[in-house]
Design a protein around this ligand. Sequence first.
Ligand code: G3P
Ligand code: CA
Length: 264
Amino acid sequence: VPAAAAPAETERPLLIGHRGAAGTAPENTVPAFRDARAAGADYLEVDVQLSADGVPFLFHDDTPARTTDVEEVFPGREDDPVTSFTWAELQRLDAGSAFGERWAGERIPHLDDAAEVATVNTGVYIEIKSPRNSPGIEQVVAGALAEDPRWARLLEAGKVTVIGFDEASNRTFAGLAPDVPLQQLSGTVPDAATLARWSQVVDSVGTNYRALDAADVDRTRAAGLDLGVYTVNSPEAVRHVLDLGVDMVTGDFPVQTDRLLDGL
Ligand code: G3P
Ligand code: CA
């Protein structure tokens, strides 16, 4: 009688701190990156845009209103595109107080600040955010990755992935940096034909976990793509995505999520 097959090994998905660790520190700031690193996250995720003078800075929204003191520093410019500010202007903004007084004075980081905090254990997911607002950003990010020794060290360790919602931008980036792992973001998982097209350019898909079902997972895998989910913040959500068998989990509270993933 053949021995019973061993239960399939459950592999722990990779853990990615969303905007660093947006649940415990101001999003896309150095303290949030440090929180992700301290949590032992596999990656910290950042959103990169280009300032009016071409500097890559880390910021999520299209405007500075929600997360900075722009109203006080540049009255009347709170609804202007954040990419219309120069790097020097962005450095005058406080990106910490809106989250809590404890973080008052925290500055908007440069892209390279993420590499400075990252390690070969906690790498960086770089989201090219709203690329239409930042023409040429693919070249700037590819250039930073190619030229800066801090990025080179992380790339060598396989700890940098570039991600983005904009398919054309992803294609541009892939042409410039074909060896950098790339992920297509999408609110939902599309049909097989679209996945097949994406698979020519990217290695994985990142999607919202809320709409995800087993058929989506199967279709993604059939296209040869890995699958990540965002933004997973509750024990129920963690259980749901573990049941579906995803490869990466992005969340705002990496410490808590790390414990939940350990409870497998
Ligand atoms: O990990 C993907 C996620 O960061 C995309 O959503 O809006 O937080 O950039 P958003
Ligand atoms: Ca993001």
